[in-house]
Design a protein around this ligand. Structure first.
Ligand SMILES: Nc1nc2c(ncn2[C@@H]2O[C@H](COP(=O)(O)OP(=O)(O)OP(=O)(O)O)[C@@H](O)[C@H]2O)c(=O)[nH]1
Ligand SMILES: [Mg+2]
Length: 403
C-alpha cells in the first residue's frame, strides 16, 4: 500500500530552477552600490585627509578621541573631563565631537569646556548629512591625532579604557577593538534583556565574517595610516568597526587584532538612537559585507539556502497534510489492517474517496457522501473477505481531504 498526497511535488527540475533564479536575483539585487560608498583614499564627498588639511594652527598631535554625538549635550562635560583625566598625555590629545546639528546647546557647551575649563575640545557640526558611521568617518578626516579612538558620548564606554586602546596600536597592530565579551568584564546588569538578545543575534550573524569577539562595538582605535589604507566603506549604518575590520587590511601577515575588554555601562542622560530602522539597516550592511567578503560564494550559498529551505518546507507541509488527512479520517489510528476495525459510517466516509487501482480516471460517485461511503464500505468488505479488491493487494489508495 502506498500513500499519495495531492498536488505537484517540487521536482529536481523545479528545484534547479529555483536555485538558478535565486542566484540571478541575488547577483543583480545585492550588488554593492558604488555611489553609496566612501573611499578614504579618493572620496569626492569628503576631502581625503592630507597634510594640506592640517594647517599650521592645527598641528598634528598624538591622539584624537572621536565622539559621534547627537543630542548629547548633558553628557559632554563629564565625558571630556573623564577622558582628559584618563589619558597619559592630555596636551597631546584632543576630543573631537562630531555633532549632527543637534541644536541642543552642544556648541555652547563645547565653547565653555574649551574656554572656561581649558580642554582641547574640537567640535564639528554637520548640517548636510546625518548618521553615526559617516560622523565617525568625517571625524577621522578632521582628527589631528596619528592615533584615533572612537567612543560614544553617553559614557557607556569607560574613559579609563581609552589609554589601553591607544597603547594597543602599534605599526603591526594598527586596529584595536574594545570588547564587552572579554574576561573579567561585564555588561551593566541594567541592560535590558531585549538589547542583550539583539546584541547576541547581531554577533551571531557576523560570526562567519570575523573571529573578533565584539565586532559590533562602537569603542575602538585605529591609526590614521590604517584608515587611509581602507577599501571603500559603507558610510551609512551603525557598525563602522565591523566595516573597518573587514575592509582595512592589516599591513603584515603577522598582524593581529588586539582586543581591550571593557565593562559596558548604562546611559545616564539623553536617549538611545538605536531604532528598529537602525537594526534593519544593520541587516542590509551585513548582507553587503558578506557580498564584499565572499563574492560569488555568498550568492551561491544564498541560492542553495533558499532552495534547501523550499524543499524542506514543502516536505514538512506535505507530511503535515498527510497527518491531518489520516487523523481526521481514521481517528483511532490509521487504516484498518484487519477485520477488527469497522470503517466510518458511509456518511462520514463521504469526506474521503477510496479508489481502486483504476486511478484518477475512475468515475467519481455523485450524490454526496453516501455514494462514496457505499464505495468505501464495499472495498472494506472485500478486504474483510481477502478478495482481490483488498487494500493489501497492490491497491493504490489516494485520499483527499475536502475541507
Ligand atoms: N553625529 C551623530 N551621532 C550619532 C548618531 N546616531 C547616534 N549617534 C551617537 O552615537 C553614539 C551611539 O549611539 P547610542 O544611541 O548611544 O547607541 P547605543 O549605544 O547602541 O544605544 P544605547 O545602549 O541605548 O545607548 C552616541 O554618542 C550617539 O549620540 C547620528 O546620526 N549622528
Ligand atoms: Mg549608547
Amino acid at each position: 500500500m502506498r500513500w499519495r498526497t495531492p498536488g505537484a511535488t517540487l521536482t529536481p527540475q523545479a528545484l534547479a530552477l529555483v536555485f538558478v533564479v535565486t542566484l540571478f536575483v541575488s547577483l543583480v539585487a545585492l550588488r554593492p552600490a558604488k555611489s553609496a560608498r566612501y573611499d578614504p583614499r579618493s572620496s569626492a564627498r569628503y576631502a581625503p585627509p592630507t597634510d594640506r588639511d592640517t594647517p599650521p594652527d592645527r598641528p598634528r598631535i598624538a591622539s584624537s578621541v572621536v565622539v559621534p554625538a547627537y543630542h548629547e549635550r548633558d553628557n559632554l562635560a563629564p565625558l571630556v573631563r573623564a577622558v582628559f583625566a584618563a589619558v597619559r598625555d592630555p596636551a597631546q590629545t584632543e576630543v573631537l565631537i562630531v555633532d549632527d546639528n543637534s541644536r541642543d546647546g552642544t556648541e555652547q557647551e563645547c565653547d565653555r569646556l574649551r574656554r572656561d575649563e581649558g580642554y582641547n575640545v574640537e567640535l564639528l557640526v554637520r548640517t548636510d548629512e546625518k548618521g553615526l558611521s559617516s560622523a565617525v568617518l568625517r571625524g577621522f578626516e578632521r582628527a589631528r591625532g596619528e592615533k584615533m579612538v572612537v567612543m560614544d558620548a553617553d559614557l557607556q564606554h569607560p574613559p579609563s579604557a581609552v589609554q589601553p586602546l591607544l597603547d594597543a596600536l602599534t605599526p603591526s597592530t594598527p586596529l584595536a577593538l574594545g570588547t564587552r565579551y572579554g574576561q573579567g568584564v561585564s555588561m551593566s546588569s541594567g541592560w535590558p534583556l531585549h538589547r542583550r538578545i539583539i546584541s547576541w543575534g547581531a554577533r551571531v550573524l557576523a560570526r562567519p565574517l570575523t573571529s573578533a569577539s565584539d565586532p559590533m562595538t562602537g569603542f575602538f582605535a585605529i591609526t590614521k595610516e590604517q584608515f587611509r589604507r581602507s577599501h571603500p566603506i559603507n558610510p551609512s549604518g551603525f557598525k563602522i568597526a565591523l566595516e573597518l575590520l573587514l575592509k582595512s587590511p592589516l599591513p603584515h601577515a603577522s598582524s593581529t587584532l588586539p582586543e581591550v575588554p571593557y565593562s559596558f555601562g548604562l546611559r545616564t542622560s539623553g536617549s538611545s538612537k538605536l531604532s528598529s530602522k537602525v537594526m534593519l539597516k544593520y541587516v542590509g550592511q551585513l548582507v553587503s559585507l558578506y557580498v564584499w567578503s565572499w563574492g560569488l560564494a555568498f550568492h551561491l550559498a544564498l541560492a542553495l539556502a533558499v532552495t534547501v529551505a523550499l524543499w524542506v518546507g514543502e516536505r514538512a507541509w506535505r507530511r503535515r497534510r498527510r497527518g491531518l488527512s489520516r487523523g481526521s479520517e481514521f481517528p483511532l489510528g490509521g487504516m484498518p489492517k484487519d477485520a477488527g476495525t469497522p470503517p466510518l459510517s458511509p456518511k462520514g466516509l463521504g469526506r474521503s474517496k477510496l479508489r481502486s487501482s483504476g486511478g484518477p480516471s475512475a468515475p467519481r460517485p455523485r450524490g454526496g457522501g453516501t455514494a462514496a461511503g457505499q464505495d468505501a464500505l464495499r472495498s472494506w468488505t472485500a478486504a474483510l473477505g481477502g478478495g482481490s479488491g483488498g487494500a493489501g493487494d497492490g491497491q493504490v489508495l489516494e485520499r483527499k481531504r475536502f475541507v
